[in-house]
Structures are given as structure tokens and as C-alpha cells.
Design a protein around this ligand. Structure first.
Ligand code: HEM
Length: 395
């Protein structure tokens, strides 16, 4: 059987039996008085999920790399990654109590494909978001729960819109901040960011806190592949968000904390995104283009129009960042976590660090993006303020 047929058979299973079994298990866990209790519940379904998936993995591993191209390899990485992610969610593996993955065949397959693609050997956001190909209207997911589908879809819409905004601002880099045609690209970026705000609002209103926390988020936990533990996927694993940070000048690639973030996420992104991010790191930010022009050209019409448009983009981007932290993270992670004991708290975040550490890191990112006035971290508050004061009547 050619690789593509085996890969297709695995993916078909992921799209059918695998989804059904996960959904059944979620409904069993959710019906318990303690919804975080996973061990000892639905054991026969868990065993079937483990054993059925194993048969597909072994067949693909024996096949080796048949060079069927990026899509096929990326698809296999998604299938084996979702399989391992589900085994982690159902506590059939747990990095805290093991030194290496108890699933050596699935690990080998993931490492082989991941290394050949230049990506981390686990499923990533691309698999469930921007490269999640729908078949007859159905995209890949872990379960058929409405809240998971809502989460995947709104995340994907948000990611696509942030990418559109980043594309538009990249054009401004090439046009220059004094260009008369920068207006259409600033307008496109604003429109895209307004869309992000709308999707975030919708997620905030419609997503069920309990279902998200107990039945969706656990699939995004870290797990081991071979000996190494890999952090979970999160909606941030695409380059567009960092392109916006860098292009707007709100974050800098030579800031030690931010540089660390970029390095850590590189392999969780698609190779095409990795290349975009690398290229973006070589540009001068729009803010650093505007500032040296301010003294001499602030009175010019082009400066007034383009600096105003730039500031409007910054304000909208800041609103999306504030919405993510003050809205989504607080409502769907921080608040429900308050009711958990220490055992259940372990591993609730996708990246692995304890919740207060993660929340602090996310708060720093939010404050850089809103250019907050802070003495302990380097934000662009003063520089943006200077630009604001130069634009007539800017609020
Ligand atoms: C229920 C909705 C959401 C929740 C609860 C949530 C929560 C989180 C958390 C906790 C992290 C830190 C990663 C970790 O867990 O280790 C994170 C990262 C991130 N999320 Fe979300 N998120 C949500 C939706 C979204 C959406 C819709 C987007 C935009 C498309 C988004 C963009 C990001 C980005 C860019 C990061 C990486 C860190 C950063 O650069 O800010 N998230 N999210």
C-alpha cells in the first residue's frame, strides 16, 4: 500500500472512530461530580482508542518516508500528534510520571516526520487551524462537541485575520511610511483587526466555560515524544501575531524575553511561517521609521495621514491583546482554575509552567502590545506618546 493510502486510512480513522471515542469519553468525564477525574473512567474505550490507533501507526512506521510531499507528511504529523494528544488527555501517558513516552512507535513516527519537515514532532495549531482541511464541510477535531468546534473555528478566523493584518503592514514596509498609497494597506490592517475583535467577542459570549475548561483545553497539554516533553499547541503558534508586534515596533526581536518567545515557538510553526518570521526580523519597524521623520515632517499632509493610520492600527491591535488577556484568558482559564485543587491544576496550561507564571508572561505581552506605561519592562509608551502628540487632534 503506498504511503498516501496508509496516511489516508489513519486520517480517516482520526476523523471518525477517534472523534467518536473521544466524545464518548468526554461525556463520561463531564457527567461525574468531579469533572477533572479521568483515571478509572471509560477504560474500555480508552483501550480501544489506544489499540486501534497503534495499528495505523505501526503500518506507517514500517512504510518509512516515501517522499509523498509536504501535505502528506504534515497530515501524518497531525494524525499521530492528535493520537498522542488524546492519549495524554485520557491519562494513558503523563510526562510527570514518565521519563520517556510509553508509545515508542508513535514517538518514532512523529520524530521522523517532524524532523523531515523542520517542525516539532507533535500536532500544532496549523493542524487544527489554518491547515485543517475540511472534507464535505467537516474539519478535523478531537470531539464533536459544539464548544470544541466553536473554539477551533473562531481561533482560525482570528488567526487568518491577524495574518491579513500582518500581510498589509508588510506591504507598508516596502512602500515606506511616507507613501501616498500606504493608506489602503493601513485600512486593510484596520479592517482585519476589527474582525479579530468581533471573533474574540463572539467566542467570549458563546463558548461554555465549563465545557472549554474540562473537555476542550485538556487536549492541548504537553506530552512526551520519545524522551523529550513538548509543550502544547496554542492559538499563538503562527507568525502573523509576531510579525505585527515587530512591524508595529511594539516588541523587539533583541529584547531577551521576547527573543526567547520567538525561539521557543519557531518549531511549532509551519516552515512557511518560520521563513516569514525570519524575514520580518530584518525589517525596521514602522514606529522606528516614523520617529526620525517627526521633527522635520510632522506638519506634512502625508505624515499626518499615515501616522494617524498607523496609530489607529496600534490602538486596534492593543484592543485585541487586552481582549485576549482580560477577557479570554481570565474567563476561560484563570477563573475556572480557582476552584481546582493542586493535583487538578497540574498541566492545565498548554505551555507547562505553573499558572501564575504563565499569566505573568501573558500580562507582559499584553502590556507591550498596548504600550502600557511600565517602569519594569521596556514598552514603547513614550515613543507612541510622542507620535500621538504630533498628530493633530489625535485622541
Ligand atoms: C477561549 C479562548 C482562548 C483562551 C482561553 C486562550 C488562552 C491562551 C493561553 C492560556 C495562552 C498561553 C499559552 C499556554 O497555554 O501555554 C495563549 C496563547 C496565545 N493565544 Fe490564546 N486563548 C484563546 C483564544 C485565542 C484566540 C482566538 C487567539 C487569536 C487568534 C489567540 C492568540 C494567542 C496567541 C497569539 C498566544 C501566544 C502568546 C502571545 O503571543 O500572546 N488566543 N492563549
Amino acid at each position: 500500500m503506498p504511503m498516501s493510502s496508509r496516511a489516508d486510512a489513519f486520517e480517516h480513522w482520526i476523523r471518525t472512530s477517534f472523534v467518536q471515542m473521544n466524545t464518548e469519553l468526554e461525556n463520561l468525564y463531564f457527567a461525574q461530580s468531579d469533572r477533572s477525574q479521568v483515571t478509572g473512567c471509560g477504560d474500555s474505550i480508552k483501550a480501544a482508542l489506544r489499540d486501534e490507533g497503534h495499528a495505523y501507526v505501526v503500518a506507517l512506521l514500517a512504510e518509512g518516508n516515501t517522499d509523498d510531499g509536504f501535505d502528506s507528511a504534515f497530515g501524518v504529523l497531525g494524525s499521530v500528534g492528535m493520537y498522542l494528544g488524546a492519549l495524554r488527555r485520557h491519562e494513558l501517558t503523563n510526562p510527570a510520571r514518565e521519563e520517556k513516552s510509553p508509545f515508542p512507535e508513535a514517538s518514532s513516527l512523529a520524530m521522523h516526520v517532524g524532523a523531515s519537515l523542520g517542525m516539532a514532532p507533535r500536532f500544532s495549531t496549523g493542524h487544527l487551524a489554518t491547515y485543517n482541511k475540511a472534507r464535505a464541510g467537516v474539519r478535523k477535531s478531537f470531539t464533536t462537541l459544539t464548544d470544541e468546534l466553536l473554539f477551533i473555528d473562531e481561533n482560525t478566523r482570528g488567526i487568518l485575520s491577524l495574518q491579513r493584518a500582518a500581510d498589509a503592514l508588510t506591504s507598508v514596509v516596502h512602500l515606506g511610511v511616507s507613501s501616498p498609497v500606504a493608506d489602503v494597506m493601513f485600512a486593510a490592517a484596520k479592517q482585519a483587526l476589527c474582525d479579530v475583535i468581533r471573533f474574540n467577542d463572539r467566542l467570549m459570549r458563546e463558548l461554555d466555560v465549563q465545557r472549554f475548561f474540562y473537555s476542550v483545553r485538556p487536549y492541548y497539554k504537553p506530552y512526551r515524544v520519545g524522551r523529550q516533553e513538548y509543550r502544547g499547541a496554542n492559538a499563538g503558534d503562527f507568525s502573523g501575531i509576531n510579525e505585527l508586534d515587530l512591524l508595529l515596533g511594539l516588541c523587539r526581536a533583541n529584547d531577551p524575553n521576547y527573543a526567547q518567545l520567538l525561539v521557543d515557538k519557531m518549531l511549532f510553526m509551519l516552515p512557511a511561517d518560520q521563513a516569514r518570521l525570519r524575514s520580518c526580523m530584518t525589517f525596521t519597524s514602522l514606529l522606528d521609521e516614523f520617529l526620525p521623520l517627526l521633527d522635520q515632517h510632522a506638519g506634512a499632509d502625508w505624515f499626518q495621514a499615515n501616522a494617524r493610520a498607523y496609530l489607529e492600527v496600534c490602538d486596534l491591535f492593543g484592543r485585541t491583546a487586552a481582549q485576549h488577556h482580560n477577557g479570554l484568558v481570565k474567563r476561560f482559564i484563570e477563573a475556572p482554575a480557582e476552584n481546582l485543587d493542586a493535583r487538578a491544576l497540574q498541566g492545565i496550561t498548554a505551555s507547562g509552567p505553573p499558572l501564575p507564571v504563565l499569566l505573568h508572561a501573558l500580562e507582559v505581552l499584553r502590556d507591550m502590545r498596548i504600550a502600557a506605561e511600565r517602569s519594569d519592562i521596556a514598552t514603547r509608551h513614550a515613543d507612541l506618546d510622542r507620535l500621538r502628540r504630533a498628530v493633530r487632534g489625535y485622541p
